[in-house]
Design a protein around this ligand. Structure first.
Ligand SMILES: Cc1cc2nc3c(=O)[nH]c(=O)nc-3n(C[C@H](O)[C@H](O)[C@H](O)COP(=O)(O)O)c2cc1C
Length: 219
């Protein structure tokens, strides 16, 4: 069995999304001790946005007419697509930056979609594949909060993963991760701790779910 894991946080120390993804991964691993985890970390090793521009520019161009950059970009997109297509389960850990999706996650998705196998125009080859999406947010965006509706990352990522790729998506969310860092959020420390604890419980449940779903579909 194979788990593909994508991390997008720009930090390695103190990253809540990585911590929650570790919980999902270790839960999956407990079910599949012989399994393989394939990782891509676009937080520490971002993909170049020029690769995406070259991949788009090279589409429909004959092989011999493509620039070297366009050929390399198509090969990179194929590698990224192989990583997800060869996985039995998928884990993506991301967060909110400036009320939106991390640029490095957007570039990963954009590059993936240039691969003909993952084009939104075709039948989704990942349909029904079990996946966990982890999202960490510094603030709080729940119903009735002043910034309700300002999280423009989670709905977009869900749209891509669940609706475009057709993944069987399970969501793990931790909010108020900046409580204790940003003094304006001091009053919410308790809520932040609760959110983190709840997220780990959910991460275990979803880790088990994607492990058993992957096992069931392989049987
Ligand atoms: C450059 C930057 C921009 C951020 N923008 C937002 C934001 O718009 N809204 C928010 O709630 N949190 C924001 N945050 C906080 C992160 O979402 C939060 O720290 C989250 O836990 C980061 O993920 P990580 O813990 O996995 O590193 C921002 C953090 C950074 C570094």
């Amino acid at each position: 069995m194979r788990l593909f894991r994508l991390d997008t946080s720009i930090r390695t120390d103190g990253s809540v999304s990585r911590e929650l993804a570790d919980t999902v991964e270790s839960t999956w691993r407990a079910e599949h001790p012989e399994g393989t985890v394939v990782r891509r970390d676009v937080g520490t090793s971002p993909l170049s946005v020029t690769s995406w521009i070259d991949a788009v520019g090279g589409r429909g161009v004959d092989d011999e007419a493509r620039t070297t950059q366009q050929t390399d970009a198509a090969a990179l997109a194929a590698t990224l697509a192989d990583e997800v297509l060869e996985a039995d389960a998928i884990l993506i850990a991301t967060q909110l930056y400036n009320f939106g999706v991390p640029a490095q996650l957007k570039t990963w998705v954009d590059l993936l979609i240039t691969d003909p196998r993952l084009s939104p125009a075709g039948e989704p080859p990942l349909a029904g594949r079990p996946a966990v999406l982890v999202v960490a947010r510094g603030g709080g965006y729940g119903p009735g909060t002043p910034r309700e509706g300002w999280d423009h990352a989670t709905p977009w990522v869900r749209r891509i993963l669940a609706d475009v790729f057709g993944l069987d998506l399970h969501l793990v969310e931790a909010e108020l991760t900046l409580a204790g860092v940003n003094p304006a959020l001091d009053a919410f420390r308790g809520l932040a701790e609760q959110s983190r604890r709840d997220a780990h419980v959910t991460a275990v449940a979803h880790g088990q779910a994607i492990a058993s779903l992957a096992r069931a579909s392989a049987a």
